[in-house]
Design a protein around this ligand. Structure first.
Ligand SMILES: [Zn+2]
Length: 263
């Protein structure tokens, strides 16, 4: 029986697809997904339909259908993520443009969907891109650096944070950030990235956690030192949390672990 393919296999396939683009001399970032699909032999068709994206496989090749109904009103970053997800589905096939064959060991169902979600993040924010930024400016340690990645990769902040957390090496040990959105009066944490020191202290929130729950469980005993700024002493270190507005519908909580005697 074939070994079950995992994220490492999907990343290799994505790296292969990105290399095909570079061979054609196309600009690399943000990744032009429709060009990438075409380069590796996948058709992309926009049409009115109910699901946001569907990948069809026939002996004539692979075609990704994307929902065109809300193109004028929906964020193009959401559509980019949908297309990236569908391209990941296609990358589990060989001979993409003629008689595609599912690669042995490809998982199915929820496992495959999860892999394609993670793969989409990798395709949009490849490790090479994160390392480029880190080599130039050092590991991410500010909202400005996060915003720069969001713009350069043309993705939502959630994709950038999930990728930073996944890689670990590209975010400063003492820095963390998470996105908070407000639904029906509740503030929910949607995605987060934390450096190694913060992980060790155990303050990483879980996706979908209520901000209030995180505060009372992880920042118990904190002190509010200014508007939207809280401090908690953790051993020799001081943990500082600061809420900053990100968009009309979301805030970011920045976390820093500082030496205890710093101002
Ligand atoms: Zn899917």
């Amino acid at each position: 029986m074939a070994r079950r393919l995992d994220i490492t296999d999907l990343r290799s396939r994505i790296d292969w697809a990105l290399r095909q683009m570079q061979r054609d001399g196309q600009t690399d970032y943000p990744v032009d997904l429709e060009d990438l699909a075409q380069t590796i032999g996948i058709k992309v068709v926009w049409r009115p339909m109910v699901p946001e994206g569907v990948t069809t496989v026939t002996p004539e090749g692979i075609c990704i259908y994307l929902q065109s109904n809300f193109r004028d009103v929906r964020s193009s970053r959401r559509e980019r993520f949908t297309l990236a997800h569908e391209i990941c589905h296609a990358l589990f096939y060989e001979q993409l443009s003629t008689h595609p064959q599912l690669i042995a060991g490809t998982p199915s169902g929820a496992t495959l969907e999860k892999l394609c979600q993670r793969g989409a993040g990798y395709l949009l924010v490849p490790t090479s891109k994160l390392s480029q930024q880190t080599n130039r400016q050092g590991p991410v340690s500010s909202l400005a650096a996060i915003r720069s990645l969001v713009e350069r990769c043309d993705v939502s902040i959630d994709v950038v944070l999930r990728r930073l957390h996944e890689e670990g090496a590209n975010i400063s040990n003492d820095y963390g950030a998470f996105v908070v959105r407000y639904h029906g009066g509740e503030a929910t944490i949607d995605s987060a990235a934390c450096g190694l020191t913060l992980r060790a202290i155990g303050v990483v929130p879980t996706s979908g956690q209520l901000l209030h729950t995180w505060f009372t469980s992880k920042l118990r005993g904190f002190q509010e030192i200014a508007a939207d700024t809280w401090v908690k002493e953790v051993g020799e270190r001081r943990l500082v949390a600061r809420r900053v507005s990100w968009s009309p519908h979301s805030d970011v909580i920045e976390l820093r672990s500082e030496a205890g005697d710093s101002p």
